[in-house]
Design a protein around this ligand. Structure first.
Ligand code: ADP
Ligand code: MG
Length: 627
């Protein structure tokens, strides 16, 4: 049971069956976007998802945070004006920095108009505003606080719980960061949902338990482009592939228009060079022109006495290279999913830039069917998040919405091999475990290294965490029983626990990786696993042979030490020779040679164990009195 703070403004409902008074609490859906953010909720009577428009301010809250001299923050349209007048204290596109390290940003760090700090101690990016430092989590929390306040004000009820969306390609670190931002804004984040999943839900796709569909979600926003191919069956949303460009969107269209105006008119060039305010005004005019041409044929405006003109045909020529780049990504996404365009049942348009008619037409032509754009493309993700929130609130008992994990999770076993525990594409939440043991006598610590990726060798995968299971009582090799369990929650965040069953020694970690993966890296990891599959299998076999051999040598040598007295000197010499031979062939890395040498040693020494056992049984018997 959750205890709610009493709020006199809150709606009160009376439950007639239990005759109890309940405080109605909404769970909101939030689209935390790179350019714009929105909050939506499910209308309890109308049973429809609605984007919240507080005091007629509009549903869209620009994802911009401005800090005043005393460190007080303003968010949204009020902050947007400061992009020009006070760029150093005005933070935009913070979503690009969530869960990322300085290295992840690479060449893109110059993209930002504010100061990004390389904080070596944590590895994660920080932003400097005057003499204060903010993490992208704190900045995202400011945006979430604003959305929460608007929802509380408009609905006149406390808002404490939310579902927040993220791009499908977001990794563990970025999802965790989003969740933390929610927490910091005072929200209990019930679920992190993929944006394309939310968009599908808004269109009612996936709400029917028997439904089976393959869909493409084309999302062109202000500064990013994402294409996701999803397979939906029995309420499970499986991401078949994702592709896109994290630096491509509507802003590039605005820039193309400005360049065109500058090239065509010296007076515009002078305007652009005048001062920051005029340059920004010009940028806004370009955006205005673009939006106008989504519904009309020509655009004319004036700025400081200079006429600005654009017709639809010219605009379309200007943006063709941008649209073409998105189509290349679509082709790649389909290829990765192993599908042809005609195998896509439904295409969904998301993001403000899909209002451009050329974009809509090109996408529809490519997939050979009209794309779905009946819902407001700015709102569709937030609306879907509100529907997911409604499902989680228990208002729709008929469906269960599940996501799947995009990359395999496992641990390192002897020889640097990846032992998969939760395979890629498993439905989440999920839990899986395996039992391991020690390889050396008296081993009291066991290192558990957790990896994510598809390759057979851990060094090719991404390390998520490492911890020691300490205090295992000293036992012979192979005796301890260590259960390693992976618990993957519905957000795709992993918890790992290790328990030594004989002693009850236990250790657990919540996996919080330090470094974010770039989108290119995630893609590369999947590609590599396919291209290197054959090579990986043979490497794995060599490593397994070598591990077997090393264990064999260790055991035989220990046996000689302990039980040498029961063997003849001839037997000892032969054993030593065979061990020596095995040690010599080990570095060759030739699997067959190694295994042959293992067989020889094994065959020669196997009778010894039997003999020693007989002797020790006899000893034990003579030592005991039988009454
Ligand atoms: P994000 O998901 O990145 O936060 P949005 O989906 O809100 O972004 O898209 C914002 C972009 O959509 C901006 O570049 C904006 O200019 C563009 N946009 C909004 N309305 C229109 C329109 N009518 N025609 C063309 N572009 C539009
Ligand atoms: Mg978006």
């Amino acid at each position: 049971m959750r205890l709610l703070k009493f709020d006199p403004m809150a709606k009160i409902a009376i439950n007639l069956t239990t005759a109890s008074i309940q405080q109605e609490e909404v769970i909101v859906g939030i689209d935390l976007g790179t350019t714009n953010s929105l909050v939506a909720y499910m209308h309890p009577e109308d049973r429809a998802a609605i984007a919240i428009n507080d005091q007629g301010l509009g549903t869209i809250v620009p994802s911009v945070v401005h800090f005043g001299e005393n460190g007080e923050a303003v968010v949204g349209n009020a902050a947007k004006d400061y992009l020009i007048t006070d760029p150093a204290n005005t933070i935009y596109s913070v979503k690009r920095l969530l869960g990322k390290s300085y290295q992840d940003l690479g060449a893109h760090k110059d993209f930002f108009g504010y100061k990004i700090i390389d904080d070596n101690s944590e590895g994660l990016v920080k932003i400097r505003v005057q003499d204060r430092f903010y993490s992208p989590i704190e900045l995202s929390a400011e945006i979430l606080k604003e959305l929460r306040a608007r929802a509380e004000h408009a609905l006149k009820t406390p808002v404490n719980r939310a579902v927040i969306t993220v791009p499908a390609y977001f990794n563990d670190s970025q999802r965790q960061a989003t969740r933390d931002a929610g927490k910091l804004a005072g929200l209990e984040v019930l679920r992190i949902v993929n944006e394309p999943t939310a968009a599908s839900l808004a269109y009612g796709i996936g709400l029917e338990p028997t439904e089976e569909k393959t869909i493409a979600v084309y999302d062109l926003g202000g500064g990013t482009f994402d294409i996701s191919i999803l397979k939906i069956h029995q309420g499970i949303f499986e991401v078949l592939s994702t592709n896109g460009d994290t630096y491509l969107g509507g802003d590039d269209m605005d820039r193309a228009i400005i360049e065109h105006w500058i090239l065509g008119n010296r007076l515009v060039a002078d305007l652009a060079a005048q001062d920051a305010n005029t340059a920004q005004a010009l940028r806004l005019k370009a955006e205005e022109a673009k939006k106008a041409l989504s519904s009309q044929e020509t655009f004319t405006a004036e700025l400081n006495g200079v006429t600005l003109e654009l017709d639809k045909h010219t605009f379309e020529t200007l943006i063709t290279p941008i649209v073409d780049r998105t189509m290349t990504s679509c082709r790649m996404a389909l290829q990765d999913a192993g599908l042809a365009p005609e195998q896509i049942d439904t295409v969904i348009m998301v993001g403000g830039s899909t209002r451009v008619p050329l974009v809509y037409q090109t996408v529809s032509d490519f997939f050979g069917k009209p794309a779905n754009n009946s819902l407001n493309p700015d709102e569709v993700v937030a609306l879907g998040a509100a529907i997911q929130a409604d499902v989680l609130a228990g208002n729709r008992k008929d469906i269960l919405l599940l996501d799947v994990t995009p990359l395999t999770l496992g641990i390192e076993t002897m020889g640097g091999l990846m032992d998969s525990i939760i395979p890629r594409n498993s439905k989440i939440p999920t839990k899986a475990g395996r039992q391991y043991t020690t390889s050396v006598d008296g081993q009291v610590n066991m290192k558990i290294s957790v990896y994510q990726g598809e390759r057979d060798l851990v060094k090719e995968n991404r390390k998520l965490a490492e911890f020691d299971l300490k205090g295992i009582p000293a036992m012979p090799a192979g005796f301890p029983k260590v259960d390693v369990n992976f618990i993957l929650n519905a957000d795709g965040i992993l918890k790992v626990e290790a328990i030594e069953l004989r002693s009850g020694v236990r250790q657990e970690v919540e996996v919080k990786p330090q470094y974010g993966l770039t989108d290119e890296q995630v893609e590369q990891m999947l590609m590599d696993s396919i291209t290197h599959a054959r090579e990986d299998v043979s490497t794995r076999m060599v490593i397994e042979a070598r591990t077997t051999a090393e264990q064999m040598i260790y055991q035989v040598e220990r046996f000689l030490e302990k039980n040498g007295e029961h063997l003849t000197s001839e037997e000892i010499n032969l054993t030593r020779q065979n061990v020596q031979h095995l040690k010599e062939v080990l570095p060759t890395g030739d699997k067959d040679t190694i295994l042959k040498a293992v067989d020889v040693l094994e065959e020669q020494t196997s009778p010894f164990a039997e003999r020693v056992m007989q002797i020790s049984i006899k000893k034990a018997m003579t030592g005991k009195k039988i009454e």
